[in-house]
Design a protein around this ligand. Structure first.
Ligand code: ADP
Ligand code: 5GP
Length: 210
C-alpha cells in the first residue's frame, strides 16, 4: 500500500459548543473532506437529519455494532453512546479521500493508539471565553437551558485534554479560525512551515479555567 496516495485523517475535538460541527462542515464544503458520520444513541436536535448529521440508533443497535466489532472507536459522552464505524472511514482513506472527524478526546485517544497506516492530524478548539461559550450553547440548545448548564459543568474537565492534540485553535471569528486550521492542514500535507504559538494557547487555557 502506498502511503502517498492514502487520505489523511483530521480530528477536531473541543469542549461542547466551541464550534467543531460548524468547522467540520466548512472543511468538508471547501476542502472536499469526507465527514465521518458517527452513530449515536442521543436524540436528534431540531434540523438534524438521520444519516447526514448522525446515524441515530437505539441502545440495542449500538450494542449490536459493538458486539460485531464494527467501531473504530466509541465512547460514552454526556450519558449517550457515540461511535465511528470502521468500514466507511478506511474505504475513503484507501480511495485517497481525506476524512474529518468530530469526536471527543476519548475517541481521539483511541484512534491515536490504534496507530493506523494513515497520517493523523489532531485539532482541539477553544472558545474565546467561558461567557461566549455559554451564549453559543444557550443559542444552539434553546429548548433546553439545562443542556447548556450541564455541558458548561464539563468544560473544566474537557479542556484539560488540549495537551494531547497537535494544534489548539481559538474559535473567535469563524473565518479566521477556519483559515488557521486550513493552513495548518495544508502545511502538514505539503510539509510546509507551520504558524503556531503554543505559549499563547497555554496562557489562554489558564485564563479559561481560572
Ligand atoms: P460543537 O460542535 O463544538 O458543540 P457547534 O459547531 O454546534 O459546536 O457550535 C455551537 C454554536 O455556536 C452553534 O450555534 C454555532 O452556530 C455557533 N458558532 C460556532 N462558531 C462560531 C463563531 N466563530 N462565532 C459565533 N458563533 C459560532
Ligand atoms: P453532540 O451531542 O453535541 O453532537 O456531541 C457531543 C460530543 O460527542 C462532542 O464532543 C462530539 O465531538 C462527540 N462525538 C460525536 N461523535 C462521536 C464519535 O463518533 N465518537 C466519539 N468518541 N465522540 C463523538
Amino acid at each position: 500500500m502506498s502511503l502517498k496516495k492514502d487520505g489523511y485523517m483530521v480530528i477536531l475535538s473541543s469542549p461542547s459548543g466551541a464550534g467543531k460541527t460548524t468547522l467540520v462542515k466548512l472543511l468538508s464544503e471547501r476542502k472536499k473532506f469526507q465527514i465521518s458520520i458517527s452513530h449515536t444513541t442521543r436524540k436528534p436536535r431540531p434540523k438534524e437529519l438521520n444519516k447526514k448529521d448522525y446515524y441515530f440508533v437505539n441502545d440495542h443497535e449500538f450494542k449490536r455494532l459493538i458486539g460485531n466489532e464494527e467501531f473504530l472507536e466509541y465512547a460514552k459522552v454526556f450519558n449517550h453512546l457515540y461511535g465511528t464505524t470502521r468500514t466507511p472511514v478506511i474505504n475513503n482513506l484507501q480511495n485517497g479521500q481525506n476524512v474529518i472527524f468530530d469526536i471527543d478526546w476519548q475517541g481521539a485517544d483511541q484512534i491515536k493508539n490504534k496507530k493506523l497506516d494513515y497520517k493523523l492530524i489532531t485539532f482541539f478548539l477553544l472558545p474565546p471565553s467561558r461567557d461566549i461559550l455559554f451564549k453559543r450553547l444557550s443559542n444552539r440548545d434553546m429548548k433546553d437551558k439545562l443542556i447548556a448548564d450541564e455541558r458548561m459543568k464539563e468544560f473544566n474537565r474537557d479542556v484539560l485534554h488540549w495537551i494531547n492534540y497537535d494544534y489548539v485553535i481559538i474559535n473567535d471569528e469563524l473565518e479566521k479560525c477556519y483559515s488557521k486550521i486550513s493552513n495548518l492542514i495544508d502545511a502538514e500535507i505539503n510539509n510546509g512551515p507551520k504558524e503556531y504559538d503554543k505559549e499563547f494557547i497555554r496562557e489562554h487555557i489558564e485564563k479559561l479555567i481560572s
